[in-house]
Each structure stands twice: as C-alpha cells, then as structure tokens.
Design a binder for this molecule. Structure first.
Ligand code: SF4
Length: 136
C-alpha cells in the first residue's frame, strides 16, 4: 500500500486559492489505513475548509481512489453537485489525484504527500518496502 502523510493545511489553502466551491474525495483503501483520507479526515477537511469560507458541495470516500472508472462513475452520478465545484481536493496518493484528473476537467488538488510503498505491521505502523514514490 502507498503510505502518505497529510499536506500542511496552509499549502492546501494556497493551492485552492480562488476556488470557492470544493469537492473532497477520499480513498477507502491505503488513505483510510494511513488516516490521511478516510471518512474522519474528509469530515475534518470539510470543516476546516468551511471555517475558511469555502463551500464544500460534495464529499465521498471512494472505495479505491485509483479506480478511474469508479471515480468517473461517482462524479457522474453526483453531477449536479460536482458541476458547481471550482476544484476537487483529493485526500489520497498521487494515483488517486490522477484518477480524479482523468475523470474531470476541474482544478484537481492533491491533499496528501505520498511517502513510500509499505506493508502494514499493525495499526499505523508501516514498514517501507519500496521508495518508488515520494512527495508530490
Ligand atoms: S488511490 Fe492511492 S491511496 Fe488510494 S488505494 Fe489507490 S494507491 Fe492506495
């Protein structure tokens, strides 16, 4: 699995500068296991963005964030809400960000920095197995 860390919130705000309405996508696999893009982190990000005056028009934790067809399906099924958005913030690794880019012509912003490919030892304890990924 891809082990990621959250990007600093200030960096995300800079990347979303000028974007008023936001969609947040999380990932139900690695980003949930690393607590960077599961349900709690998506809810936390929604609250933080709203506190900064942004409108969060849609959120979803995609079962597998890098499943392009599923990301496309979710954005299509929720087209009415998604169409209002200026940007999509993706709380997962770069593969999830790329899946959102493939599915939408919106401004897509990554909310996490991938660190390495690793195995789970136990909850929140990951062993690096490959360094093919790095900060986005
Ligand atoms: S999008 Fe990234 S974090 Fe989510 S399942 Fe795919 S590889 Fe893992």
């Amino acid at each position: 699995m891809i082990i990621s860390k959250k990007k600093p919130f200030e960096e995300i705000l800079e990347d979303l500068e000028g974007d008023k309405k936001i969609v947040i996508l999380g990932c139900g696999e690695c980003a949930t296991a690393t607590r960077t893009g599961g349900e709690p982190e998506v809810a936390e990000m929604k609250a933080a963005l709203e506190a900064e005056g942004k409108a969060v028009v849609f959120t979803e934790v995609v079962h597998t964030g890098c499943h392009e067809l599923d990301v496309k399906r979710i954005l299509r099924v929720n087209k009415e809400a998604v169409d209002q958005a200026d940007a999509i913030l993706v709380l997962s690794c770069g593969a999830g960000t790329q899946a959102a880019r493939a599915a939408s012509d919106k401004h897509v912003v990554p909310g996490c920095d991938p660190l390495f490919l690793g195995n789970i030892q136990r909850s929140m304890d990951f062993l690096e197995k490959c360094s093919t990924v790095g900060p986005a």
